[in-house]
Ligand binder design. Structure first.
Ligand SMILES: [Fe+2]
Ligand SMILES: [Fe+2]
Length: 406
């Protein structure tokens, strides 16, 4: 269908300019940073962030791949913390599931593409990459990003410790490098891979909320101690933890392990409700930062103990079968665990956050719960198809270091 079309976006109705193609010349605008994520239904929406130093409109054009006419959507803009950059953000809604779209940022812009998630996983699988601890240096992050892109994953989810900027102005360059490395999260055929990112200690000044004497559990405090995280990621946004549901087949939960919110109290009540409501979803995966079952740090660590005491019983009561953990900079796979013991119907914990960081030794690898261990940077490639799931652990150079189930 050709002609005038309308889109409703954050309460705005805009009329589209149609038919213009982006120039592909040398002066093409390529944003210094871009991030795709979801705030709502991944089947029919996409949130697109792009950055600029010069003044630009927060307007993008998009169309289903293969169509001629562009539709236009307008969003908002706001400052990148401690930077001359502006962040532009548009949320596209009313999209078709399982569909590739082209997009660009005005007539002088390079062209990109994204893909909405499919309605079901009965006919074809969905694949995503999991990890955390993404950037000690740009090259390591780029290596593992390349692996995820080679597997053509539908999206990536990271459980904290993203750029290691610690909410500090003098570490802005780490975010600049992080966004440069995101260029490797574009597939060979030009599709930008969306990201669902959770919070870790290195998103937060002093790492943990309790290192701030006057901390209160408010939006203002969270933003104050984690200024980049709350600006750069539309999801989870406030209050810093969230759940993303993919149709009736998949839910990714991103909790906050004491960084900008306490584990105990409000957040645990929220998690209990989230898990209970999703008891019948076939694939429910929490991806959080500090591990319940660490491979490097001590089992008796305070945060790990709080995760085991508050969240693990909720996972066990609500059919969670695999949980993703980070923060220890290793690869680990636990035995299936239930009630603090190895058990056939237990939960397997996969981790431990070594996407793009210097890896650590397995100081806790002899603990009773560790089955597999490697000191290697890696991505966990998860494939879900119907009721089945498979995890393939791929090193930054493309070697398969473990599989589960085998
Ligand atoms: Fe880390
Ligand atoms: Fe960490």
């Amino acid at each position: 269908m050709r002609g005038m079309k309308y889109v409703v976006l954050a309460g705005l109705v805009s009329v589209f300019a149609l038919g213009s193609l982006p120039a592909q010349g040398e002066e093409s605008f390529e944003p210094p940073g871009m991030l795709l994520t979801w705030q709502q239904d991944p089947l029919t929406t996409m949130t697109i962030d792009w950055h600029s130093y010069e003044e630009r409109d927060s307007v993008l054009q998009y169309r289903p791949d293969g169509e001629e006419d562009w539709e236009e959507a307008e969003g908002e803009s706001f400052p990148f913390p401690f930077s001359e950059r502006t962040i532009h953000r548009v949320e596209l809604t009313g999209l078709e599931p399982g569909t590739r779209y082209d997009f660009h940022f005005g007539e002088d812009s390079a062209q990109y593409a994204f893909r909405t998630m499919p309605e079901s996983i009965h006919d074809a699988p969905v694949r995503f990459a999991v990890g955390g601890d993404t950037r000690h240096n740009q090259e390591w992050m780029e290596n593992t990003n390349e692996q995820a892109a080679k597997y053509d994953v539908d999206f990536v989810t990271w459980g904290g410790d993203l750029a290691y900027a610690d909410g500090r102005e003098d570490r802005l360059y780490r975010w600049e490098e992080w966004f440069e490395a995101m260029e490797q999260l574009i597939t060979e055929d030009g599709r930008v891979i969306p990201v669902l990112a959770g919070i870790g200690n290195h998103e937060v000044v002093n790492g943990y909320y309790y290192n701030h004497d006057d901390y209160e559990q408010t939006d203002e405090w969270r933003e104050q101690i984690a200024p980049y995280f709350y600006a750069l990621f539309a999801f989870p946004g406030q209050p810093g933890y969230g759940v993303m549901d993919f149709g009736d087949y998949l839910s990714i939960i991103l909790p906050d392990t004491d960084h900008s919110n306490p584990i105990e109290g409000e957040q645990t009540e929220w998690l209990a409700e989230v898990l209970e409501e999703r008891r019948n979803v076939p694939h429910v995966f929490p991806n959080y930062h500090v591990p319940a079952y660490p491979s490097h740090r001590s089992y008796d660590g305070g945060v790990s103990t709080r995760v085991r005491e508050n969240w693990v019983p909720l996972f066990e009561a609500n059919n969670v079968q695999v949980a993703f953990e980070n923060h220890d900079h290793t690869y680990k796979r636990t035995y299936p665990i239930r009630d603090g013991e190895i058990s056939d119907d237990g939960i397997v914990y996969l981790g431990d956050g070594a996407w793009g960081v210097g890896t650590r030794s397995g100081d806790s690898q002899d603990e009773w719960y560790i089955d597999q261990f490697a000191s290697e940077r890696h991505a966990i490639i998860a494939t879900i198809h119907g009721g089945h799931r498979k995890f393939v652990m791929v090193s930054e150079h493309g070697d398969i270091i473990d599989e589960y189930p085998q």
